[in-house]
Design a protein around this ligand. Structure first.
Ligand code: ADP
Ligand code: MG
Length: 702
């Protein structure tokens, strides 16, 4: 096949105006290796060069283009450094020019009393207008190449080592002049370009860098965003199709004794409609002979565990083993206990595995797992280790997905050497649909969008230190009613020592306010031994202690329905989704629950917005959306490894409509021509392969 894109893959050092040392600099500062890399650094704004400003009108901080003459140049001795000073004049007034370096060279270059076009940033200090290090070009040489000049992200080093904006522009311009439809052919199918009235690929590169009009910028931006998202979708959808067509999965065709007995005899409540629907989806998915890869989304407290358990019972009914992975020891323990209780009397063997299961117990467990005795293995990521072998693993569930990456998922696949197990990934971090579609593009998505009946929304308030005595009083009132309270402190690696001190101080203050023997307080943090943590946790679960002081180890999953108050200390230091997860620990019983966000005064704008959002809504999806707007999608937990986030121009949060169009057209193309073997799609196929090669380590599963 021809390689029409060769010009793009050319090493940047061979481009006119670059050379070896600048190429090195471009790579170290911007990661640019090839012509394509450089072209794909898009301008973040443009300078308008269609007008000449007048000196009399310029304001401090303006970028201006002036036309006039340099009247004089003189060297000035400064306190520390000498500089070169000039006077520039246009029809409307005078302005000072300054150079701190290169005086000698500049004096030789500049012709006095000759018309120049000048560009630079205005500074007004004590009424004197000046421009430092202006760009100057003889008016006779000046040809306005474009009304708008691109401004690229740059660095100090680039600017000082001969790759200032002007040099960058010239290099890009030089490349663009060598492009033609022949060397930069259209990559999108013709009918897509026509239907969406997109400008051509060549046009879009020219317009995005050197546009003549605002419309050209818009048109080029739209085309490039669409192209980027279209190929992303093609890649994801194609992977998914390949997986579905090639990968046989275990066919769970019976619903048997365990499932039915549990559903009709043991289940103490009515499933919500959403739970029923999702169980149906999962059941259908596991019964079509293709491996399931499904994401189960549901807000905290929506009842995902029961859905997972019932899915596991289906697997067991079909003679297979299952496992459930949780991100922390505490959470795994809790799942183990609740699952063991739930399946009592069903004749299902449940076992627990974590790093703390050692010696003989561990050896026995591994033995019973290998010979197929154990039906459900609950545990931490210790399950992923090599010596852990199943006889017939049929379904693997991971809880709270955001702690597990793509690599872990692929390890689960390998746990059944004959045929990959079905995978169910549960997450309580709700991800807006468009993002889920992309970040987890190879997963199908089920959503539990309904909470069990009778839940009262948690009331959330914001308080500062000045309110502390009221907060203590309120805690006492609620404890007197028999309720329990969480007090959570942030703990992050970088400031772990200080954070633990904070927790310790807070704990001692609480001991004063809530003295023994009337009150009992549990403490749990990440530096404790698992057994101690567990012991303290159990004291709280059993109601022996009324207050649980903890770091974020309790963030995920822990279920104590009697705990109805969540106090989050230094709430400004938590991210939105974390706050939402923490709040999800209360509001699980019938009582009115409260979440109190304690902060210092004088919050940053972002922190204030986060706290405000928490006080205003309990809706996890809304919170996720605000979160994404505040932080950008690159930070959404769990999506970092997805590789989706190195988009060069499109924005997953902002460009949802383009994304949906891209997905629609990508689906349409693959329906018509799954292998992209039609000669009309040759360029599309070449480009898709090129993109796949670029993101090689993306989505290792497939
Ligand atoms: P999450 O989705 O956050 O993991 P859980 O699975 O821990 O939520 O469920 C939260 C609580 O709600 C548990 O105590 C569970 O027993 C209960 N629950 C789940 N489904 C229902 C239902 N349909 N009706 C009543 N309670 C339910
Ligand atoms: Mg849960």
């Amino acid at each position: 096949m021809s390689r029409p894109d060769r010009i793009l893959s050319r090493k940047i050092e061979f481009v006119k105006g670059v050379g070896e040392s600048r190429a090195k600099l471009l790579f170290s500062e911007l990661g640019v290796r090839t012509v394509e890399d450089l072209l794909q650094i898009f301008p973040f704004r443009y300078d308008d060069r269609s007008v000449y400003h007048l000196i009399k009108d310029v304001q401090d901080g303006d970028y201006v283009q002036l036309k006039g003459e340099v009247l004089s140049l003189e060297k000035v001795k400064g306190k520390y450094k000498n500089r070169l000073r000039g006077t520039f004049k246009d029809g409307s007034g005078f302005l000072e020019l300054t150079w701190f370096q290169g005086a000698k060279w500049i004096v030789d270059q500049i012709k006095l009393n000759t018309e120049y076009v000048l560009y630079g940033k205005v500074k007004i200090y004590k009424g004197v207008k000046s421009i430092a290090h202006p760009e100057l070009e003889l008016a006779s040489d000046h040809q306005s190449k474009s009304s708008y000049l691109p401004v690229y992200a740059s660095t100090e080093k680039l600017n000082s080592r001969g790759l200032n904006m002007k040099a960058r522009r010239n290099i890009v311009l030089n490349i663009l002049q060598q492009l033609s439809e022949k060397v930069l052919p259209e990559t999108l199918p013709v009918d897509v370009v026509t239907q969406l009235k997109l400008c051509s690929r060549l046009q879009s590169y020219q317009w995005i860098h050197f546009p003549e009009t605002n419309d050209a910028i818009a048109s080029a931006t739209n085309r490039l965003k669409f192209e980027e998202l279209y190929f992303l979708q093609l890649k994801i959808l194609q992977q998914k199709r390949i997986r579905e067509s090639k990968l046989i999965g275990i066919n769970f065709d019976t619903i048997g004794r365990h499932f039915n007995k549990f559903y009709y005899e043991k289940l103490e409540f009515e499933l919500t409609d959403a739970q029923k629907r999702v169980i149906k989806e999962i059941r259908a998915d596991m019964g079509r002979g293709i491996q399931m890869n499904r994401l189960l989304q549901g807000d905290v407290g929506s009842g995902k565990t029961i859905v997972a358990l019932m899915s596991m019972l289906i697997a067991i009914d079909n003679g297979y083993q299952t496992c459930m992975l949780a991100p922390t020891e505490i959470l795994a323990q809790q799942h183990y206990q609740s699952i063991s209780e739930s399946v009592q009397g069903l004749g299902v063997q449940v076992a627990f595995l974590s790093g703390s299961v050692k010696g003989k117990t561990r050896k026995e467990l591994l033995h019973y797992l290998k010979d197929g005795h154990i039906d459900i293995l609950v545990g931490t990521h210790a399950i992923l280790e090599d010596p852990v072998r199943f006889d017939r693993l049929g379904l693997a569930v991971t809880d709270e997905q955001h702690r597990f990456g793509v690599v872990q998922r692929s390890k689960l696949w390998m746990k059944n050497k004959d045929i990959p197990p079905h995978i169910l990934v549960m997450t309580a971090t709700p991800i807006p649909r468009t993002l889920a579609m992309t970040a987890y593009g190879d997963l199908d998505v089920s959503v539990i969008d309904e909470l069990p009946p009778g839940r009262k929304p948690v009331k959330t308030v914001h308080r500062t230190d000045g309110h502390r005595s009221f907060v203590v009083k309120f805690m006492k009132e609620e404890i007197a009613k028999g309720r329990q309270v969480y007090v959570v402190y942030p703990l992050i690696e970088e400031s772990a020592k200080l954070d633990l001190q904070n927790l310790q101080v807070g704990y001692e203050l609480l001991l004063n306010d809530f003295p023994k023997p009337d009150y009992q307080i549990s403490v749990v943090h990440g530096r404790m031994k698992p057994q101690d943590k567990d012991h303290e946790m159990q004291r709280f679960v059993s109601g022996t202690t009324q207050i649980m002081v903890a770091t974020t180890v309790i963030e995920v999953g822990v279920n104590v329905p009697n705990a109805s108050i969540m106090i989050i200390e230094n709430a400004e230091r938590f991210g939105l989704s974390q706050l939402h997860q923490l709040r999800g620990r209360v509001g699980r019983g019938a009582d009115q629950s409260f979440c109190i966000l304690m902060t210092k005064t004088g919050l940053s704008e972002y922190a204030r917005k986060r706290i405000k959002t928490m006080c205003e809504t309990n809706d996890g999806f809304k919170i996720a959306e605000v979160d994404m707007k505040l932080r950008g999608p690159g930070d959404i937990e769990g999506t970092q490894q997805s590789g989706v986030m190195d988009l060069k121009i499109a924005n997953i949060t902002g460009d949802t409509r383009i994304m949906e169009a891209a997905r629609y057209f990508a689906l349409q193309l693959l329906d018509k021509d799954p292998e992209l073997s039609d000669s009309n799609h040759a360029n599309t196929a070449v480009h898709l392969n090129h993109i796949k090669a670029q993101h090689q380590n993306w989505g290792r599963i497939s």
